[in-house]
Design a protein around this ligand. Structure first.
Ligand SMILES: *[C@@H]1O[C@H](CO)[C@@H](O)[C@H](O)[C@H]1NC(C)=O
Ligand SMILES: *[C@@H]1O[C@H](CO)[C@@H](O)[C@H](O)[C@H]1NC(C)=O
Ligand SMILES: *[C@@H]1O[C@H](CO)[C@@H](O)[C@H](O)[C@H]1NC(C)=O
Length: 304
């Protein structure tokens, strides 16, 4: 194959880059750099959905193509029987918003100091029956409580289903994972073995994942391998990489895994996750798209 043909094929494969329909955003707002929202809201990303740990949409993302997925984060601060989450979601639907899925508790088995909602399995079951279960008759699909990615998380979920006594229907299982790729694939396998029914019909969403405390190279290699794998698993319906922050505020996940650098530009990891096209304020991947564009402009006219 001579050189111009190789270049043309490379250009074509770049231009026909398909949108992965599963990819979403874990949105965490930044008080110190709210303009970063422009990057997340760019219409050139590959994202199709988002959640924000709350039950109301994020204003800066409401004019995007992204589907919003509300979450019942933890125990309601009012009485568990007040129906707060149910009413909020019903209100959004009645207002014309296309709500098709909701997420259950965020890390109910985790301490509040690490972002968990710290609820007992029996309290969670009671709240589920009053706030989540009735949404099913509105046609909304329900995501199981998202436990910490560990054997203890699986035990909490088993206790939850026992406490439910058959009264909690779950349509899909969110999964959290922080660690290497082998561990991610292995943990999804454990969830399948424990809560799948062998038919391949049970759906999984990986709603938080990252390679924490590694170098940019480690985190990038992890993301590359994970995305390829997640896109190829038929029973993994959706996934969302953690999260929308700069290297400077990446706390325990570590700066290597961040999608934005200290100035709010996309890192290679951010560019990889949001899509290879030029989005937001630029950064390394933006330059890569620009150079491909120049290649197409310069090389194509020579060939045709
Ligand atoms: C609502 O969202 C679902 C899932 O993304 C999609 O399949 C469906 O077509 C949407 N419905 C409307 C009315 O936009
Ligand atoms: C397995 O679970 C799926 C989803 O809940 C359901 O549609 C299917 O009928 C179940 N199959 C069996 C064999 O239980
Ligand atoms: C991901 O893989 C691509 C293609 O193999 C490579 O060019 C890119 O540098 C990798 N990205 C990261 C962040 O490691």
């Amino acid at each position: 194959m001579h050189l111009p043909t190789t270049l043309l094929l490379l250009c074509q494969s770049h231009l026909t880059h398909a949108t992965p329909p599963k990819r979403g955003l874990v949105y965490i707002g930044s008080k110190t750099s709210p303009t970063d929202d422009k990057t997340w809201a760019s219409k050139n990303t590959d994202l199709t959905w988002y959640y924000n740990f709350g039950s109301n949409p994020t204003p800066s993302l409401s004019n995007t193509k992204y589907e919003y997925v509300p979450m019942l984060w933890g125990a309601p601060t009012t009485s568990p029987s007040s129906g707060t989450f149910y009413n909020t979601v019903k209100g959004l639907k009645d207002g014309g918003m296309n709500i098709t899925h909701v997420l259950g508790f965020n890390e109910p088995d985790g301490a509040t100091s690490t972002g968990g909602s710290a609820i007992s399995a029996s309290d969670a079951a009671k709240i589920w029956i009053s706030e989540m279960q009735p949404l099913r008759s509105l046609g909304v699909k329900l995501g199981a409580p998202a436990t910490v990615g560990s054997g203890a998380g699986i035990l909490w979920l088993q206790a939850f289903f026992k406490a439910c006594g058959g009264n909690c229907d779950v349509d899909f299982f969110p999964i959290h994972w922080y660690g290497g790729f082998g561990g991610l694939a292995g943990y999804v396998g454990s969830m399948r073995a424990t809560f799948g029914n062998g038919s391949g019909n049970v759906k999984w969403w990986v709603t938080e994942f990252a390679y924490p405390q590694g170098s940019v190279g480690d985190a990038g290699a992890f993301l590359n391998e994970s995305l390829k794998w997640l896109d190829g698993q038929a029973d993994v319906e959706r996934y969302s990489y953690f999260g929308t922050y700069r290297t400077s505020v990446s706390n325990w996940v570590g700066p290597g895994a961040a999608m934005l650098d200290g100035e709010g530009r996309l890192t290679d990891i951010g560019g990889l996750y949001l899509g290879t096209r030029d989005v937001g304020t630029g950064g390394a991947m933006g330059m890569k798209s620009l150079s491909w564009g120049l290649l197409v402009l310069v090389v194509l006219p020579l060939l045709v």
